[in-house]
Write a protein that binds this ligand. Structure first.
Ligand code: C2E
Ligand code: CA
Ligand code: CA
Length: 286
């Protein structure tokens, strides 16, 4: 039924073996999610965020992974959606926030002052206790909220702009940083962007993919960068996989970059090494 609904109303679809497999897997994931937190099956990886002008790693995005005892490693794309449907995202989201903030505080104690970005789903954002929970977690860990950035997708914000604005303003007033994730895919309007208390706009990966080949993608990024700058916001590009892409972004004055070119998401110990060894030799011959 859900599958038919997803592909448009009033339709019908044949029940296939692959759908059967999908449903079995979904049920299994749904059931196992419940106990996975208590069993310690989740862990975080961090992907560094680099500023190519200052040549420094200034932040990291926390990305959750599930080490399932039978299936093995499960990527978030597979279980975040299901956990949103079942409401389990609330508990999982709190676990992610606690772990990420704890790890960041640990780095700060070592003198590594990174900003941590945490992905927040729609259900979490609309949960009445979300703001208080986040404040409590930050205060208990002793981490200044200006080092905690919450990433919220543009399409999520656009679902109910006024409600989102009031929640985001409340978070901003508490001192959290905010970032609009997957920017360029969510049909936002300029008037709402102006009101949004987000400091950062994260350009969606789809625009970066062909940036060194596609003139249109370059124009879109140039427009986003110009708009963000005139609104006093920072811009980061995600999904940069090659030096050509990084240097094309630099030419467009997008100096904050996240992507496989610099590093895949890695465990916290590897991130420490990454920061120590990090070198960026610029785009001089491009
Ligand atoms: P996202 O927030 O857009 O995160 C970026 C995704 O792009 C990550 O996938 C990351 O590994 C991947 N990525 C980074 N650089 C590159 C690159 O250069 N090339 C390519 N092809 N991919 C790159 P991941 O870790 O599988 O996460 C997928 C999505 O799951 C995330 O997309 C986010 O929406 C969601 N997610 C992950 N962790 C959490 C979480 O703790 N809470 C919530 N609510 N959602 C999460
Ligand atoms: Ca994100
Ligand atoms: Ca994204």
């Amino acid at each position: 039924m859900y599958h038919v609904k997803e592909s448009g109303k009033n339709g019908y679809q044949f029940y296939t073996q692959s759908m059967n497999d999908k449903i079995t897997k979904k049920t299994l994931i749904e059931n196992d999610l419940r106990s996975a937190i208590n069993k310690g099956e989740f862990f975080l990886e961090y992907q560094p965020k680099v500023n190519i002008d200052t040549k420094r790693v200034y932040g990291m995005e926390a990305l959750v992974r599930w080490n399932h005892p039978e299936i093995g490693l499960i990527r978030p794309d597979v279980f975040i959606g299901i956990s949103e449907e079942t409401g389990q995202i609330l508990q999982l989201g709190l676990w992610v926030a606690k772990q990420a903030i704890h790890d960041t505080k640990m780095l700060h104690n070592e003198g590594i002052m990174l900003v941590v970005s945490i992905n927040v789903s729609n259900k979490q954002l609309n949960d009445d206790s979300f703001i208080d929970d986040m404040c409590l977690i930050a205060d208990e860990a002793g981490l200044d909220k200006s080092y905690i950035e919450l990433e919220i997708t543009e399409s999520q914000i656009m679902k109910d702009v006024n409600k989102s604005l009031s929640i985001l303003n409340a978070l901003y007033e508490k001192g959290f940083k905010l970032s609009v994730d997957d920017f360029g895919t969510g049909y936002s309007s300029l008037s709402y962007l102006k009101k949004l208390p987000a400091k950062t706009i994260k350009i969606d990966r789809s625009f970066v993919l062909d940036i060194d080949k596609d003139e249109d993608d370059r124009s879109i990024i140039a427009a986003i960068v110009a708009m963000a700058k005139s609104l006093g916001k920072d811009v980061i590009a995600e999904g940069s996989e090659t030096k050509e892409q990084v240097c094309a972004l630099k030419l467009l004055e997008c100096n904050q970059i996240q992507g496989y070119y610099f590093s895949k998401p890695i465990k916290i110990d590897k991130l420490r090494e990454f920061i120590t060894d990090f070198k960026w030799d610029d785009c001089s011959f491009y």
